[in-house]
Design a protein around this ligand. Structure first.
Ligand code: 3HC
Length: 324
């Protein structure tokens, strides 16, 4: 529920409501849908949660392309399970976002109009089977670092959705890492394929955490309202530190000649991130933006009859219940 609009008469009520919201945040209580909340808090969450949900669903596309080309029945089963999980994650997140008063239709239309984004990472093509390994290992690996932190986000429905999603993400990361490990033990061609995928997916994966903290317009509010428990750069550093070790174990080299352990920071220093590429991609000029959106639009329109049938059934059932 939004706080009352500020007028002379309601100033005191408004201030009391704001104070009680802030006290709940300070006490680390979760904010629930029925609680009064500043409009800015609600809008911030709607923006982030719907973009998170869109990312989960659009993220099914690059992997979906490889279901028919998986190298074994086991690999196909694992990939099918992972893609199905991602669809479910999208549904959890859309449902959690709806508790803030935005409809599913509105979120989808904001995605289609470009008003709402999805993660930069899904605008790159999955060119070989090693890309499926790199996506699971690096993309889901980055998502896990971000989502484990979001389990403690202040908005209750978002936090609970994260707890459910994190349980499945670790399987996603492990299956990707297993693919890369196997290929690095394989033929020279397979090793080359894995190195090529590493080189193409590394930098876009660390961009997933968003701009540097000093350039992030939303981090200030996100930290104040405990929507974010860690900053973009903190989470990026955490991801880099653990992934460098994993790469070393399977004999892969991180494509960053500036990567160096910094004892004083307790993290790896890395080379400059190409933010021009990042903003070009999230601005719609990535390698696959048009393809991803065209596919989503087509499937959404092709599936309209399912939504209409479900709506008709619901109306009929509600009418019957009313006449009982
Ligand atoms: N891709 C696209 N846009 C991004 C982005 C990314 N990786 N990182 C930041 N941006 C956008 C922000 O949305 C914002 O634009 P907006 O005002 O139009 O929304 C702008 O860049 C400034 O970024 P900020 O850092 O100030 O924005 P946030 O405070 O929202 O932080 C975030 C960005 C860290 C991505 C945060 O939104 C977040 O934690 N989101 C939830 C996690 C998420 O969405 N993950 C996406 C991947 S899900 C996934 O990988 C599925 C897995 O199963 C494979």
């Amino acid at each position: 529920m939004e706080l009352l609009e500020k007028t002379d008469k309601t100033d005191k009520i408004h201030d009391d409501l704001l104070k009680s919201f802030e006290e709940k945040i300070d006490r680390d209580d979760t904010i629930e849908p029925k609680d009064r909340m500043p409009d800015g808090y609600r809008k911030h969450l709607i923006r982030q949660m719907q973009q998170h949900a869109h990312s989960e669903v659009i993220g099914m596309q690059p992997e979906g392309n490889w279901i028919t080309r998986a190298p074994s029945l086991r690999a196909k089963q694992i990939l099918l399970a992972k893609i199905q999980d991602e669809g479910g994650h999208g549904l959890y997140l859309y449902s959690a976002a709806e508790t803030l008063g935005i409809s599913r239709d509105e979120m989808i239309s904001q995605l289609h109009s470009g008003k709402a984004k999805y993660s930069n990472i899904f605008n790159y093509p999955a060119l070989t089977w090693a890309d499926i390994g790199a996506i699971g290992w690096l993309v889901d690996g980055a998502a896990i670092v971000n989502q484990v932190s979001l389990q403690r986000t202040s908005y209750g429905p978002y936090s609970r959705a994260m707890v459910r999603i994190c349980k499945e993400e670790s399987f996603h990361q492990r299956q990707g890492y297993e693919i890369m490990a196997k290929m690095m033990k394989g033929t020279k061609d397979q090793q080359e394929m894995a190195r090529d995928a590493m080189n193409r997916w590394w930098w876009p994966s660390i961009m997933m955490f968003g701009p540097h903290d000093t350039e992030s317009p939303h981090t200030g509010d996100a930290v104040k309202w405990k929507i974010k428990r860690h900053s973009n750069d903190d989470l990026r550093a955490k991801f880099i530190d653990k992934t460098v070790q994993q790469a070393e174990v399977i004999g892969l080299t991180i494509p960053d000649s500036d990567l160096k352990w910094n004892e004083a920071r307790g993290h790896y220093d890395h080379g400059p991130i190409d933010w021009t590429e990042f903003f070009r991609v999230i601005g719609g000029q990535g390698p696959c933006n048009k393809q991803r959106m065209a596919h989503h639009l087509k499937v959404h329109n092709d599936g309209a009859w399912v939504r209409e049938a479900a709506e008709a059934y619901r109306e009929k059932r509600d009418k019957q219940l009313l006449h009982l």
